[in-house]
Design a protein around this ligand. Sequence first.
Ligand code: GLP
Length: 240
Amino acid sequence: MFNIIICKNYEEVSAEAFKVLKEVVVKNETPVLGLATGSSPIGLYKNIQADHKKGYSYSKCITFNLDEYIGIDKNHEQSYWTFMHENLFNHLDVKEENINIPDGNSDDPEQACLDYEEKLNKYEVDLQVLGIGSNGHIGFNEPGTAFDSKTQIVELDEQTRKDNARFFDSIDDVPTHSITMGIESITRAKKIVVIATGENKADAVYGMIKGPVTTDLPASILQRHDNVVVILDNDAASKL
Ligand code: GLP
């Protein structure tokens, strides 16, 4: 079931997303948060930073990130490890041992997936933050991914590599593979907040909410989840 909130700009989108997150954080003794990378949640993360600056402690939070590139060092400027530290963790009091990000540098990535899924299974994610790819992907689960998938290695779509090329010197530098929580791992979360802005997300947003539930558009599986908040700007909502 979707609760859809349409906002006039990104600032409002981020403030709404923060409200959802803060409510979950306040309500739980040890909040377990599923976190995402990409441009969409940056404003949310700024709000969290500001809240911490004002004195609120996030030290009880346990976090699990959705995904990580394979084949670039975790200290690479475009790794999701770096992204999360720069945009959030370096500015908060979350304990480093409570931060979980898939290990894209492991000598044995298959084992890294199993280890991540096993750890994730020990917790119940209270809130999963999600962006959506322009092709409807969630995490890095590209079209065609099975709905019962667990943490896994995936090959990135050409479209996804093009979308993400803006962060690299050239498209050739964009990794070809990543580790991502599977669709099943993501949808186990008790509550999910999807953030999407901009016209290039309008088709994916339409498919997620109004299209058929199909692996061709991974986010459409969220129609079967009972607690999803979707926060959009007018452009992303324009096809609804
Ligand atoms: C990336 C990430 C996703 C993210 C999506 C949208 O490839 N793997 O987790 O939600 O694409 O990114 P953005 O928010 O920058 O549009």
